[in-house]
Design a protein around this ligand. Structure first.
Ligand SMILES: NC(=O)c1ccc[n+]([C@@H]2O[C@H](COP(=O)([O-])OP(=O)(O)OC[C@H]3O[C@@H](n4cnc5c(N)ncnc54)[C@H](OP(=O)(O)O)[C@@H]3O)[C@@H](O)[C@H]2O)c1
Length: 345
C-alpha cells in the first residue's frame, strides 16, 4: 500500500507539533507539507529540537492537489476557509479548531460571538468515535475534531445521557482543570511562568466557556435537554493534561456506573478504572487514551473523574484516530499498542 500523503497546517503550534510527532511514526502516513506563516522558510526543527527537519511553508503554498489528508491546527475563524480550499482541491480534512464542531452557523455565532467564516461547509461529523460511533466518520471527507475540555466532559456524560438515568432538570457540574498548553503557544502575559507557577485560577466559569456549545449539542443528540451544564475551567500550573471532576444526579448510582463501564468495555483508548480507584493526570499524560473513575457520593450524586492529555486525546491523537477512520485503517494505527492500556476486569 502506498503511504498516505498528509499536511499539517499550523505545524509550529502545540497541537501541530504533537501531530507531526505522531504522523512521523505512523506506519501508513507520510508528512508531505508543514505550514507556518511566521516561520515560513525555516525548519520545523528550529521550533523544537526533536521535530523532524522539514521546511515550513505558508499555508497558501501547500500543494493541496498532491495531498490526501490535511490536518488544520489553526486558530478558530482562520481554519474553515483553509478547509474549504483543501476540500475543493480534493483533500480530506481533519479540523482541530472549533470552526466545524457546531452544526449551524447560528450556534457558532452564539458561542464564538463572531460570524461563521464558511457556513457552507456545515454540518460536519463530530469526531469523537467513542460517543458518536464510527459510522459517520468512516470514509468521511471532513471531520471536526472535538475540543479538549469537551472530550473529557462528553466521555463522562454521554453514556449516562444515553441510559436515560440523569435526573431531569438537575445541574451537570463539570469542574475542570487544564495544563497551560491548552491555551496554545502564542505568547500571552497571563501564561508566563511567573504568572502561572505557584498560582491556580478559574476562568470563564458558569455558562461562559465556548465548549459548552459542543458538549450540549452532542448530549442533546442523545436525548438530554440543553441548558443544565455548569462548566468551570481552571488553569493548572503544569504543561499538559485535563482533569475534569463531574458531578451528576442519577436515578440509580450503580446503574449509572454500570452504564459507563459497559460503554467503554471494548474501547481501546478509553478506560474506566476499577471501582475504588481514582483517575489522575499520571494515568494519561503523553498517551492517546482517556481514563474515567467513578465514585458514588451522597444521595443520588455520581462523581466522575475524567482525565486526558489535552494535546493527545484532546487534540492530536484524536485527530489520528479520525484520520485512520477516514482512510479505512484500524482506528489505533500509529497510536500505542493496546497491550499498554489498563482494561476494566
Ligand atoms: N492546545 C490544545 O490543547 C488544543 C486542544 C484541542 C484543540 N485545540 C485547537 O487547535 C487549534 C490549534 O491550537 P494550538 O494550541 O496548537 O494553537 P497554537 O499553539 O497557538 O498554534 C497555532 C498555529 O496556527 C498558526 N497560525 C496562527 N495564525 C494563523 C493565521 N492567521 N493563518 C495561518 N496560520 C496561523 C501558527 O503558526 P505561525 O504563527 O507560525 O504562523 C501556529 O502554527 C486551535 O483552534 C485550538 O483551539 C487546541
Amino acid at each position: 500500500m502506498e503511504t498516505i500523503k498528509t499536511a499539517v497546517i499550523g505545524a509550529t503550534g502545540y497541537t501541530g507539533l504533537q501531530l507531526v510527532e505522531l504522523l512521523d511514526r505512523h506506519p501508513e502516513a507520510e508528512i508531505a507539507g508543514v505550514s507556518s506563516e511566521s516561520a515560513a522558510g525555516t525548519s520545523l526543527r528550529d521550533q523544537h529540537p526533536l521535530a523532524p527537519d522539514l521546511t515550513l511553508i505558508p499555508a497558501a503554498e501547500v500543494p493541496f492537489r498532491e495531498i490526501d489528508v490535511v490536518f488544520l491546527c489553526l486558530p478558530h475563524t482562520q481554519s474553515a476557509p483553509v478547509a474549504g480550499q483543501a476540500l475543493a482541491a480534493g483533500c480530506k480534512v481533519v479540523d482541530l479548531s472549533a470552526d466545524l464542531r457546531l452544526r449551524t452557523a447560528e450556534s457558532f455565532e452564539a458561542w464564538y460571538h463572531t460570524a461563521h467564516p464558511a457556513p457552507g461547509l456545515l454540518p460536519v461529523p463530530y469526531g469523537l468515535p467513542e460517543v458518536v460511533g464510527r459510522e459517520p466518520l468512516m470514509g468521511a471527507d471532513c471531520i471536526a475534531n472535538p475540543g479538549c475540555y469537551a472530550t473529557s466532559i462528553l466521555l463522562a456524560l454521554a453514556p449516562l445521557a444515553r441510559s436515560g438515568l440523569i435526573l431531569e432538570g438537575t445541574p451537570l457540574i463539570a469542574d475542570c482543570k487544564s495544563g497551560v498548553t491548552g491555551a496554545g503557544r502564542k505568547a500571552k502575559a497571563s501564561l508566563l511562568f511567573g504568572e502561572v507557577h505557584g498560582n491556580f485560577y478559574p476562568y470563564s466559569i458558569g455558562r461562559a466557556h465556548r465548549h459548552i456549545g459542543e458538549v450540549e449539542q452532542e448530549l442533546a443528540a442523545l436525548g438530554l435537554a440543553e441548558g443544565h451544564l455548569i462548566f468551570s475551567p481552571h488553569l493548572l500550573p503544569t504543561d499538559r493534561g485535563i482533569l475534569s471532576t463531574i458531578y451528576v444526579q442519577v436515578a440509580d448510582q450503580d446503574g449509572g456506573m454500570t452504564a459507563l463501564e459497559e460503554a467503554y468495555r471494548e474501547e481501546l483508548l478509553v478506560d474506566v478504572l476499577p471501582r475504588g480507584e481514582i483517575a489522575s493526570l499520571a494515568h494519561v499524560v503523553r498517551t492517546p487514551r482517556a481514563v474515567l473513575s467513578l465514585t458514588a457520593a451522597a444521595d443520588s450524586t455520581l462523581i466522575i473523574v475524567s482525565v486526558l492529555d489535552n494535546l493527545m486525546k484532546g487534540a492530536a491523537s484524536q485527530a489520528v484516530q479520525n484520520f485512520n477512520l477516514m482512510v479505512g485503517l484500524p482506528e489505533t494505527t500509529g497510536l500505542i499498542p493496546a497491550t499498554h492500556l489498563v482494561q476494566v476486569p
